[in-house]
Write a protein that binds this ligand. Structure first.
Ligand code: ADP
Ligand code: MG
Length: 796
């Protein structure tokens, strides 16, 4: 029923697009008659028309798309198909186009990229990895250049490459830029740390298309981009807290909600902690750090399982991506959780770095004026896309009907039985020379299958998501006669598998999946590796009761059901009841896991609201200061007065000694005036006195620098420095705050409310700190000139 409604709505949406498509098709006939020169000239013509009041990107879309299509035929030898044009319209409208694997999303994107680049404000294609960005850029570049637009790869694809001054700015100054979400995100954060307008390189983000949008926005959502700063002061509680936590019993001392990743102490647990650490109440202010550490240890012990969530490898905790099973070396859990796991595993505790700048991908894309997405699997997550960005998902029909047969799951009691059946199947299909893609959740399983097959004299390619470029090449070969490819779920994503002609008659590529993935969307992606562009093909998923998903999310009723477990393997496999039950478990498990993912993302988003709001205010203020041509000193007087007044009130009662210290710390190291003539209790007089002192310091700075241009730069850089140091502290503070609030209240609603409240208060504190820092930095910085004659500022 729901399916039907979906189809009806989708068809309605498509009908509207169809009208535009008809228009574009008609225009196509006209442009086909144009000479190369006349066709190329259309770019200039469009740009001119965009200056006219009645014209907009929407009004020129049909012609622009028809032009790109015709140019593509001439330059790339490919004419974008009707379904690609439909997708292209969806992308310009800023929605999400669901187009199956192999339908040609790379070419589809060229139409909206061209159209949006006509404004001169830039258009971006963002994909998941460097290899795909580079490949698509190289392939589409001739088309854009032929049409008179410039294009670039937004990064230099060399490990640890050091960019020259201006080099990044040059890369970004193109009409169309191909890049990855990670590259763009880091550049966004780095750009907002620039201390001069010349140091900025990222244009205002105008229009972007995100390829594999579900993977980028949903799968990668939990790991925000982080630029790390200095190491934090290390807590020494990890070990002692670990020992304590190991004495606790579930349900008596603590409760766990696995599906929600929540854990908290019961009253009895709190009492046990109070006794163990000999304190009156661990939630009292002085024991704040202790309570935080107890919660971290609880989470490390009961919500993170070795070999499922992480491996211990070479004495380090290496995280595993839950959805793909990939190891994530170099990625660390934030705010002490990583260290708590290290304590649990009794390995050396690593340093916990402070966070200097951070953004989630969800918020990164909100920086765009407008963006769109494309993927083979997006419909299922439409509600989430809609909630996050008010975007709808439109399913574009395939050019040719899908011929792939998705067989029913095969179900086994034990993993060993299942693996044997998979091997038998591979052997059977291989004997017919049919190409096989065997997909596993983990790298270990892939390795095992690969070596078993080798022992049986079945040569195979093993891809375990290590070298993207090499794997892309290898997976492209997976459609050859008698090819056997064993791969983890991520390996080679985004690469098209073309079939050898003889393979068509053999039934196409066989995709065998050794267990259900945690997310049914990923199952669908995997099936979609076969049956591209109307090719024949098949897919089948194998299940056993010992699978990760069943163990993690299933219940024990089935494994404990005596009648079923008493059956032998063959009977069990053909038992309808058994099959239905297992299927039910898998469905439920996937639903739980998907819900958990959604909840976690929603929560992350809720928490992110405060920081992103503050970040935007700060970044705007930075930009304003960066763009100031002239900084008015009168403003400093007002600012200084405000700072002095506040500090005076806070410091009351002020004595000659505290006042002198204040002056040393904030205005002048060399203060040696006599304060005896000043009436310290008269706050107007004191503030006026400080203000005069400040003004004379600033005057000294001006005379030392002795150059109006550099004096202005001095003012500007000093303000920026004051904002940045304070803001960086704030980012880390919010990060820590989030962790502690979450601990205390077990992720309930009021925890978020509490967090926002405290975050808001801390914002005001931060603003005051910035002002104070500006006054101090202006008064106490030392300036020199380097050998190139550039101003160097030494901040106090
Ligand atoms: P997707 O990203 O949708 O999985 P790709 O963009 O990788 O698909 O394209 C799959 C293959 O189809 C590529 O080899 C591409 O060159 C080819 N292709 C795409 N569009 C066309 C077209 N209109 N005509 C001919 N070949 C096309
Ligand atoms: Mg693609």
């Amino acid at each position: 029923m729901k399916q039907q409604i979906n189809t009806t709505i989708n068809n309605m949406r498509l009908r509207r697009l169809q009208k535009k498509l008809d228009q574009i098709n008609t225009l196509g006939e006209t442009f086909a008659t144009y000479s190369n020169q006349a066709l190329k000239a259309m770019t200039k013509e469009f740009k001119k028309r965009l200056d006219k009041p009645r014209e907009s990107l929407d009004t020129i879309l049909p012609e622009a798309y028809a032009v790109v299509r015709e140019a593509s035929r001439r330059v790339l030898g490919m004419y974008p198909k009707d379904v690609q044009v439909l997708g292209a319209i969806v992308l310009h409208e800023g929605n999400i186009a669901e187009m199956q694997t192999g339908e040609g999303k790379t070419l589809t994107a060229t139409m909206p990229l061209y159209l949006n680049a006509l404004t001169g404000k830039g258009a971006y294609l963002i994909t998941t990895n460097d290899y795909l960005a580079g490949r698509d850029y190289e392939e589409m570049k001739p088309l854009y250049e032929w049409l008179g637009l410039t294009t670039s790869l937004g990064f230099v694809d060399i490990p640890d490459y050091e960019y020259q001054k201006n080099e990044k700015a040059m890369l970004y100054q193109h009409d169309i830029v191909y890049t990855t979400n990670g590259r763009l995100g880091f550049d966004y954060l780095i750009d907002n740390l620039a201390d001069s307008i010349e140091g900025k390189f990222l244009p205002k983000l105008n229009y972007g298309i995100i390829d594999e949008v579900d993977s980028i926005i949903l799968d990668a959502a939990q790991t925000p981009l982080v630029i790390s700063g200095a190491p934090r002061v290390q807590s020494n509680l990890f070990h002692i807290v670990k020992t304590f936590v190991e004495t606790l019993d579930e349900d008596i001392h603590f409760k766990v909600k696995k599906a929600k990743k929540e854990i908290w102490l019961t009253e009895a647990g709190i009492e046990a902690a109070n006794q163990y650490f000999n304190v009156s109440d661990i939630y009292d202010e002085p024991y704040f750090d202790l309570a935080r550490n107890i919660n971290l240890a609880l989470r490390a012990h009961h919500l993170f399982e070795s070999n499922l969530d992480y491996f211990v490898y070479n004495g380090e905790v290496v995280l595993i991506d839950r959805i793909t099973g990939r190891m994530l070396p170099g990625t660390k859990l934030q705010s002490g959780l990583h260290q708590a796991i290290e304590a649990k595993e009794q390995i050396d505790i690593s340093l916990d770095m402070s966070v200097m700048a951070t953004i989630t991908f969800q918020n990164l894309f909100k920086q765009f004026e407008d963006f769109a997405g494309m993927t083979g699997t997006g419909k299922m997550d439409e509600p989430e896309f809609f909630n996050l960005y008010s975007k709808i998902v439109i399913q574009i029909p395939t050019d040719r009907p899908v011929q792939r047969i998705d067989y029913d799951d095969r179900v086994f009691k034990t993993e060993a039985d299942k693996n044997q059946a998979i091997i038998d199947k591979v052997q059977e299909l291989h004997a017919q020379k049919r190409p096989i893609l065997l997909i596993t959740r983990t790298a270990e399983a892939a390795e095992k299958f690969s070596s078993t097959l080798f022992k049986m004299d079945i040569p195979n390619n093993l891809l375990i998501a290590q070298n993207v470029a090499k794997e892309a090449q290898m997976i492209a070969e997976a459609g050859q006669l008698a090819a056997v490819t064993v791969a983890t779920s991520m390996a080679g994503r985004g690469t098209d598998i073309k079939l050898h002609p003889e393979v068509q008659d053999l039934g196409g590529l066989a995709v065998i999946i050794n267990e259900h993935m945690e997310n049914s969307r990923v199952d669908r992606q995997l099936r979609g590796r076969s049956g591209r562009q109307g090719d024949p093909g098949m897919s089948q998923i194998y299940i056993s009761l010992e699978d990760y998903l069943v163990k993690r999310w299933g219940d024990d009723k089935l494994t404990e059901n005596e009648r079923l477990t008493a059956m032998d393997a063959d009977r069990l496999e053909s038992s309808g009841v058994f099959k239905r039950r297992v299927k039910h478990i898998v469905k439920k498990a996937q639903r739980l896991s998907e819900e958990q993912g959604m909840n976690a993302r929603e929560m992350a988003n809720d928490y992110e609201k405060s920081i992103s709001l503050q970040r935007e205010l700060i970044y705007d203020e930075r930009d304003r200061v960066l763009n100031l041509e002239h900084i008015d000193e009168i403003e400093f007087d007002t600012l200084a007065k405000e700072v002095f007044r506040r500090d005076y009130i806070q410091a009351e009662p002020v004595t000659p000694r505290t006042l002198t210290e204040y002056i040393y710390r904030n205005i002048s190291f060399q203060f040696d005036q006599d304060l005896s003539t000043l009436d310290i209790s008269d706050h107007h007089a004191v503030i006026q006195f400080l203000l005069d002192l400040f003004k004379s310091q600033l005057e000294t700075q001006r005379q030392t620098i002795n150059d109006p241009y550099f004096y202005q730069r001095f003012l500007q850089k000093t303000i920026l420095k004051s904002i940045d140091t304070t803001w960086i502290e704030q980012v880390d503070h919010l990060q820590q705050l989030k962790a502690s609030v979450r601990n205390r209240q077990n992720g309930q609603r009021n925890a978020i409310f509490e967090y926002h409240k405290v975050a808001l208060e801390s914002y005001e504190v931060m603003c005051n700190k910035i002002k104070g820092n500006i006054i101090r930095n202006l008064s106490q910085s030392m300036t020199t000139f380097d050998k190139d004659g550039d101003l160097v500022i030494h901040f106090p």
